[in-house]
Design a protein around this ligand. Structure first.
Ligand code: SF4
Ligand code: SF4
Length: 450
């Protein structure tokens, strides 16, 4: 009896999710809602309160969206990409201008490296110009994205050019979605005899998968943007399902690990730590103290040194752990690193989410976003909205950090045991020690800052 009840519950959820993917208003209804929100935010940035604390756009973009978007990706996968207004614009332009050529092979192969460099440079740039306090710069950040989308849509198939190769959000989107609890899956039996390959090629009325996935072989959610197109074009009803999967199941079956994703997984904990450290007043004061000690007045030079220094340390820690493990398993350093660096993704997710908690639940987070929103319409009230006390926030942060560590250890075990050549979990001990070290360092940073 105990085994039957969860089964029934799961089936009910499956059919509902799958029906959503078939719905003619999906994802258009979400895309239009997000577009309206984006236009409203742009209006708020340009025409409402000039003070950064009182401006809805700045609080909404950097604190609310900056917290919710990454959580939505590691929890539910890249559905955000299907709702992204830029994706929608590109799709629209593609339809107007007609059929397009595919992106060049080199871009397909190396696009992610460009996206990775763009992302790292953007995070550096945000601090260098203190973008979090400027509505103009925040809006200007959208201009290159708009240009990339338009160029991609006019010359190439937009989703391939921008959404699949160059968007700076790709490193986060791909790596975090490895942990997603939702997955799109095809029934192998139905796909066996399928000659249309509609999910990949499309048909007369609808194009195929925008990111070039062939559903019969799909066993990862790193590329799928959850647009639902394959559900609508597949000629065999019931073949495709959107369903829940075991948390972090994907780490068992990363068949072709990518060096670009592994590099991002190993540098991101360091980049995250210094990014948030300098955002908190205590950290900012400490950085200014270090500047005095070093006799420099250039914040830009100090920030550049700290940022790229943290990235290098992070890469060296993961690379060093891979080096030691490779000696145990007789693998090459490259083989070891590219496969095992993926296990650091849950820890990075834990660090990222934990650092966002005091910003989101503090008085200047969700609370300020709601107050600023009502201010635009001339309403004001004095109550606090979902503000957490410092003690509760500390517990939450440490809990998320611990969950990230446990997640990474689980991922490590899954990667280690999914390869027949392994000498068991023992061979992954250096990576496990490295994860614990990261956790201790970040935990100490929490104690200094909060
Ligand atoms: S998902 Fe549908 S269209 Fe794609 S291979 Fe399977 S049966 Fe064919
Ligand atoms: S497999 Fe492709 S078409 Fe299907 S939901 Fe994912 S991105 Fe869209």
């Amino acid at each position: 009896m105990r085994a039957i009840v969860p089964e029934i519950r799961t089936v009910a959820k499956l059919s509902l999710l799958t029906r959503l993917m078939h719905h003619r208003l999906f994802p258009a209804a979400f895309q239009w809602s997000v577009l309206v929100m984006l236009l409203f935010t742009a209006y708020a940035a340009l025409f409402t309160a000039p003070s950064p604390d009182r401006n809805f756009a700045l609080v909404f973009v950097w604190i609310f969206w900056g917290t919710v978007a990454p959580i939505s990706v590691w929890l539910f996968g890249r559905f955000w990409c299907a709702m992204c207004p830029f994706h929608m614009l590109g799709d629209f332009l593609n339809k107007i201008v007609g059929p397009k050529r595919p992106i060049p092979r080199w871009l397909r192969q190396y696009g992610f490296w460009i996206a990775l460099v763009l992302f790292i440079v953007i995070v550096w740039f945000e601090h260098a110009v203190n973008i979090f306090q400027s509505t103009t710069l925040t809006l200007l950040l959208l201009v290159p994205v708009l240009l990339g989308t338009v160029i991609g849509a006019v010359i190439y198939r937009n989703e391939e050019f921008w959404c699949h190769a160059l968007c700076p959000m790709l490193p986060i989107a791909r790596n975090y979605s490895t942990m997603s609890i939702l997955e799109v899956r095809a029934s192998t039996m139905e796909c066996e005899g399928c000659t249309s390959k509609g999910c990949y090629r499309g048909d007369d009325s609808i194009t195929g998968c925008p990111v070039g996935l062939y559903l019969r072989n799909l066993d990862s959610m790193q590329e799928c943007i959850g647009c639902g197109r394959c559900f609508k074009v597949c000629p065999t009803p019931g073949t495709l399902t959107l369903r829940f999967r075991h948390f972090m199941d994907e780490f068992r079956r990363i068949r072709l690990p990518r060096m670009d994703a592994a590099v991002f997984a190993s540098i991101w904990p360091g980049a995250l730590a210094i990014h948030y450290f300098t955002l908190v007043p205590t950290g900012d004061r400490m950085v200014k103290g270090w500047m005095q000690m070093l006799g420099t007045s250039s914040y830009l030079a100090m920030w550049t040194l700290l940022y790229f220094g943290s990235i290098a340390v992070s890469l060296l820690m993961v690379g060093g752990a891979s080096f030691v493990s490779a000696q145990i398993t007789d693998e090459s350093l490259k083989q070891r690193f590219v496969r095992y660096a993926y296990a650091f993704i849950p820890l990075a997710v834990g660090i990222h989410t934990a650092f966002n908690m005091p910003r989101f639940f503090g008085p200047q987070g969700l609370n300020r976003a709601v107050h600023n929103f009502f201010d635009i319409f001339g309403y004001s009230f004095s109550g606090l909205v979902m503000v957490l006390g410092l003690d509760s926030t500390r517990v939450l942060m440490n809990g998320l950090l611990a969950a990230g560590l446990i997640g990474s250890l689980v991922a490590l075990k899954r990667i280690a045991t999914s390869h027949t050549n392994e000498r068991g979990f023992f061979s992954a001990l250096p990576e496990a020690v490295c994860m614990v070290l990261f956790t201790v360092i970040i935990g100490s940073v929490f104690r200094i800052l909060y």
